[in-house]
Design a protein around this ligand. Structure first.
Ligand code: FAD
Length: 406
């Protein structure tokens, strides 16, 4: 679906007129739990729409997945089926608008991706052919063109790679802070550390949200609490099956420019931001051994000590050096652990709980890519009462099938 069709659909949804709210009433009081990039985007769009917004976070802005993320903004072949691809593509387009509006730190230029086995490469070529058939400007590039596009990378002898020119990457922490600051400038309140504990209902309607620092009057609650997997059941009475796994992200100190594109190489992802920091992510999850199982039980979002963080960074840098020898010697600034908020069918969960209609869930992977569109559409549903058709495949009460997309 192109941008114009989407906008028409949105306008039609608004005109369909299930808006039951009294326009002269005081603004809706909405608490957004979770100050990651999703909560921040929803809060910003809600504040823009005139809601009285309070954002709470148990730790602080961008301290979980929205910090330990690779932050690749994309609608590549992996976004399936086509409706989800179009949804992601629309969000990529929305990033441009949001970037301009709030001066967000996004770097565009596209991605280059390849694999190290012939069968997977054949599948990649077929996946890119499908993208082309869908009107996406992706293409396979030869080794020669690759080297022109990305002189600092040595992908291997006769490689072809997928080039997706519309992709970008963002500094997710700075973007989250800017979204929150923009929400605050529009009157929103940000409170942390403040943990969501429960909700208080009066005659079946939400009246306040109970937190670790007191209760907050609320007409609606948004659960943008990422990989906190038990909260939807505890607060909204609905179980969202998730298979969240951890990933390690390395951010270097600013370094001379070595990378022009987002690189998805076998075993490692890398890009270099506009602030010249290089971001590296590993493709595989945590090593499958007892020591890790024990360490990961409590879902830590920090390493237990700097030596372990350094071991991980050294391992990931060594893989990156195989493709980008120039990376050797860069100084590491941060090593993060991120837990993917990942509903088991790989698609976002967006919408109110049937059990508790005043609680609106927004839990998803590829949340960096999706933050602009989810913020915009969720705010529209919450403040006008319209039901947006485009979100119907992502409702929390759908049947969740286990589908491995990431
Ligand atoms: C390793 C890794 C790589 C990734 N790469 C990409 C990528 O390249 N592109 C992409 O689009 N996406 C990527 N993702 C996914 C993306 O980062 C997430 O989908 C996105 O950050 C989710 O944002 P969020 O705001 O929903 O969650 P989070 O950033 O996790 O925020 C949730 C917040 O809720 C708070 N919270 C939890 N419980 C409570 C409570 N009880 N009370 C109050 N606050 C609470 C937490 O403190 C946290 O701050 C990646 C994720 C990981 C982990």
């Amino acid at each position: 679906m192109d941008r114009r069709t989407l906008l028409k659909l949105l306008a039609a949804a608004a005109l369909a007129g299930c808006d039951t709210r009294d326009k002269s009433a005081t603004p809706l009081k909405i608490v957004v739990a979770g100050a990651g990039i999703i909560g921040a985007s929803i809060a910003f769009h809600l504040a823009k729409a005139g809601a009285a917004v309070t954002i709470i976070d148990k730790e602080g802005p961008a301290t979980h997945a929205s910090r330990g993320t690779f932050a690749w903004i994309n609608a590549t072949w992996a976004k399936q089926p086509r409706s989800y691809h179009a949804f992601s593509q629309e969000s990529v387009a929305n990033w441009h608008d949001l970037q301009q509006e709030l001066d967000l730190p996004v770097r565009w230029g596209g991605s280059l991706e390849w694999f190290d086995n012939a069968d997977r490469q054949d599948t990649l070529a077929a996946q890119i052919a499908e993208q082309v058939a869908w009107g996406v400007p992706a293409r396979m590039v030869s080794a020669e063109e690759f080297t022109k596009l990305e002189p600092g990378i040595r992908p291997g002898a006769s490689i072809t790679a997928a080039f997706s020119p519309d992709d970008g990457a963002v500094d997710p922490v700075l973007a989250t802070h800017r979204l929150l600051a923009a929400a605050e400038a529009l009157g929103a309140t940000l409170r942390y550390p403040t943990t969501l504990m429960d909700v208080l209902l009066t005659n079946g309607r939400l009246t306040s949200v109970i937190t670790s620092s007191g209760s907050i009057p609320a007409d609606r609650l948004v659960l943008a609490t990422g990989a906190a997997k038990n909260l939807p059941e505890q607060i909204a009475g609905i179980k969202i099956p998730q298979r969240s796994g951890p990933g390690v992200i390395v951010v270097t100190h600013p370094a001379p420019r070595r990378l022009q594109h987002i690189i998805s190489a076998p075993g490692v992802h890398m890009h270099q931001r506009d602030d010249e920091r290089i971001v590296l992510g590993e493709q595989d999850g945590a090593p499958d051994n007892d020591a890790h199982t024990v360490r990961l039980q409590g879902r830590p979002n920090r390493f237990p000590d700097p030596a372990i963080a350094e071991q991980h960074a050294t391992r990931i840098l060594a893989i990156a050096e195989k493709y980008s020898p120039g990376i050797a010697g860069v100084r590491i600034e941060h090593v993060y652990i991120g837990w993917r908020p990942l509903p088991i069918d790989g698609h976002p969960v967006i919408g109110a709980s049937a059990e508790r209609p005043d609680v609106y869930l927004a839990i998803m992977h590829s949340g960096v890519t999706l933050a602009p569109i989810v913020g915009q559409l969720a705010a529209q549903e919450l403040t006008t009462g319209v039901t947006i058709d485009l979100l119907k495949g992502y409702r929390p009460d759908r049947v969740f099938e286990e589908i491995k997309r990431y």
